[in-house]
Design a protein around this ligand. Sequence first.
Ligand SMILES: *[C@@H]1O[C@H](CO)[C@@H](O)[C@H](O)[C@H]1NC(C)=O
Ligand SMILES: *[C@@H]1O[C@H](CO)[C@@H](O)[C@H](O)[C@H]1NC(C)=O
Ligand SMILES: *[C@@H]1O[C@H](CO)[C@@H](O)[C@H](O)[C@H]1NC(C)=O
Ligand SMILES: *[C@@H]1O[C@H](CO)[C@@H](O)[C@H](O)[C@H]1NC(C)=O
Ligand SMILES: *[C@@H]1O[C@H](CO)[C@@H](O)[C@H](O)[C@H]1NC(C)=O
Length: 942
Amino acid sequence: MAKGVYISKALAIATVVLTLSALGGIIVMVTLYQMEIARKPPRPRPSPVPTTPIPTGLPPTLRLPDNLIPESYEVNLQLYLYTKLPNATEQEYMFEGNSTVRFKCVKDTRTIILHALDLSIEQVTVTHARTRENIAVERYTLHNDSHFFEILLKKQLVGNGDYYELFTNFTGELLDDLTGLYTSQYTEKVNGEEEKRFLVASQLQATDARKVFPCFDEPAMKAEFKITIIHRRGTIALSNGRKDNSQFFGDEWIATTFAPTPNMSTYLLAFTVNEFDYKSEQHDGKEISIWARPEAVTAGHANYAKSITGKILSFYETKFNLKYPLNKLDQIALPDFSAGAMENWGLTMYRESALLYEEGVSSSSDKEWVAIVIAHELAHQWFGNLVTMNWWNNLWLSEGFATYISYLGVDDIEPTWNIRDMFVLKEIQPVMELDSLNASHPLSLKESEIETTFDILGLFDSITYSKGAAVLRMLSAYMGEEKFFEGLKSYLMKFQYKTADTADLWKCMKEFTHEEIESIMTAWVEQEGYPVLNINTTTGEIAQEQFLLKRAGDAGLEWQVPIIYMKSGSDLKKDVLKEKGPVRKPIYTVNDDGWLLVNINCSGYYRVNYDEQNWNRLIKQLESAHDAIPLINRGQLIDDAFNLARAKYINVTLALSTTKYLINETEYIPWESALKNLGYFILMFDRSEVYGPMQKYLRKQVDPLYKYFQEYTDNATVPTKLSDQYNQINAISVACSNGVTECTDMATKLFNEWKNGTNRIPPNLKSTIYCNAIAAGDEDDWDFAWKQYENATIATEQDVLRYALSCTKIIWLLNRYLEYTLDPNKIRKMDAVSTINYIARNVAGQALAWDFIRAQWSYISQLYGGGMTSVGSLIDDVTERFSTDFELQQLMQFRSEFDEDGLGPTTRALDQAIERTEANIKWVKENKQTVLNWFREQAQVH
Ligand SMILES: *[C@@H]1O[C@H](CO)[C@@H](O)[C@H](O)[C@H]1NC(C)=O
Ligand SMILES: *[C@@H]1O[C@H](CO)[C@@H](O)[C@H](O)[C@H]1NC(C)=O
Ligand SMILES: *[C@@H]1O[C@H](CO)[C@@H](O)[C@H](O)[C@H]1NC(C)=O
Ligand SMILES: *[C@@H]1O[C@H](CO)[C@@H](O)[C@H](O)[C@H]1NC(C)=O
Ligand SMILES: *[C@@H]1O[C@H](CO)[C@@H](O)[C@H](O)[C@H]1NC(C)=O
């Protein structure tokens, strides 16, 4: 689907969420996938039917039989919704339509099986396409559990390749459930008055085209679609194709017909009816338009998207050697959208925050997000839309490519951002953490393992997106980018308008290199997890095993590992580790004062562990002249070390030692890597005696960084490099939250200036400065910020303030703020959970939030009855810090109350919280003294 942010919290035991800079620079996008999944219980398989010579009845699996092959559809949809309600008119939440699908019969059959869901189908006619003979229908049945629409004919169709036409007409409901065809509302100011507006949009991936019209709703069942939308006068309709014709239809209606689509999958269809405005430009004779609420377009919020879309398309066209296949591209920003965005062919849909950008108000990370999401959806126009996966088990061919390619696209249009370096922070590090749990899954599963909608939606996770992208990046580094792209061009050319699977990709790659690509890549794609390399630099011994946080017995997995390495800053060398080992390879030995660094630029998807001497020599190099070690590897060394320590490969003190050199580091990647990993230490220790020495250490480490950015901070100017902008946020967050008085004074001063009428806080810094000023401030400051929150007209500013209000240290203010979450007039319903989570993340608010959710449980769970996963995330976040026996007992107590009430998803979240708390207790027991000693020692060294 749709790029969303699938922070798979449920899986992550002891996940690191950084309290230091909670919002700093990172957009925390809440995903609705999880909710989506929770709402749809797994569909039971239909009961198998014994096979008969001429099959009738339902197929034995949830897959369509292969006897009928669709070729084209003609679909007419009449959408009754009013975009604005005339006086006293009732809104009409319904649509009706008809569809004719032309298909080929290649195997004898008496039943036609396709998909339909939640439609009431009124008429069904089957005609032989050439003879126009009407084939009588005996009966038809809509199976709600399997989504099959079964039509039993009076006579058998012969599988001789003849074409037939199936006509159906139907009605359906327009709900605000963000799936299928759905409605959504927003307000628009008209002469100073807020007026309600309605729109229809669609989200058909993965299996909701069947909710719009009966269809063969599987990705490989590609066909051509001729769409007509009948909509109210005064409204605009868009779909995948260019508007061909628009004519009045009765007194009240317009019928808009769209150019036929190319051969494509059903999940990529899109429909919308609205009163939006747009900005457009020509690209190679094709119109590219950005659509949004008229107010947003007038205010220029669509300008950035408009300015980059054509450029990214041109880059891809050159890189792939294939033109953008359609003759127009519409991109639309919707007020309500479940995922981040959706790549519908020719009509991509986005959340507003993923397409709209306001210069001077939105932050740099907002801008980066817009660029990344657009580049992702545009990459899909080739990867996914033009060449589609055979079946959802190979979803990574679509999402992995779009994720990887989007970095190249953004790098081309915004070369100063160095976005390709960020790949390691944004994709590799987070997904490696997930992929080191026993609950992970392979990138590509067996086709038979993915059947239900529930199975399919479960694949839209960071394994598919980020690991998919990481594995492609590894292949590209191994083959060389030029040859890699030769392979891609061949793949796109060969499979355009068709479908492909993973083996097809490897075959195309093989044409351009002498290596056995398939034998190297198979394990990365078909096995879950990834290896850690253990290297002894004295003997050159190297071995691999699966890296698991909770080490169980060795499952014997092995990979062919492409290696790029370097010795003491000399030239890069390449190797492939083909065996499990240990094997002795003299190339991995170093002499006494030299060091070995493996996995340069983190191009490989694995971790590396060395003998202690080599670790120490690397740390020494970092401390004496860190530039000798490539930037990305400075982040990698830290991230590997902390994770190796968690999995008990190395001592925690060794991991902590990789952060000592940060006192001389100004780059974002190493700092961010360290802060992410130290986040866990803060959660575990910020209520204990470890915290004092730890804060002292962090203060010392961050002081030079704070000074490095001070001129910018004091003058409210913005550093040129994007990564510097992000690291400035880190500098301020760490300095202020660890008691660097200069920092808190600065924050308080800027905040007071705002109270006196001028806000000159740059957008990037608002989140951290508001937060720290309120943390250092009093009731008066809080009330001022609350007023600002109430009056803010822009969602981004509201979000920043809503977070900042949670930063106060004053207990009664936090308590009152918690109470506000019960009042939808104060905190919107959709924001209540994240507000409580913010408060829980504040060490002063942790216990309050926990008491609060227990006391208000019945209200909270009723409020979110539909989306129990957000209640799950509430438990997940509020208990994140739990690491004492007392807290464990409280959790168990709470859990036992639920056993009686029998609240399913909540008990699951509680079970996970209990498991995590137990792991935390164990970790703290094992590490507390060592960590305390280490921080104390550091505080003494000057
Ligand atoms: C529309 O509503 C207004 C206020 O409710 C009312 O005064 C007016 O008569 C209505 N017009 C029509 C055409 O119903
Ligand atoms: C299908 O729907 C369109 C639009 O409502 C209508 O004009 C047409 O007559 C319908 N076709 C049939 C066969 O009912
Ligand atoms: C479907 O077609 C039948 C016969 O033409 C007609 O009576 C019925 O109203 C149609 N229903 C819809 C939803 O168009
Ligand atoms: C590396 O090899 C040397 C020589 O055999 C051995 O003494 C040492 O313990 C090994 N180190 C590790 C970490 O296995
Ligand atoms: C880690 O090292 C510290 C001192 O360097 C030591 O006290 C501690 O026991 C070591 N921990 C483990 C698990 O070996």
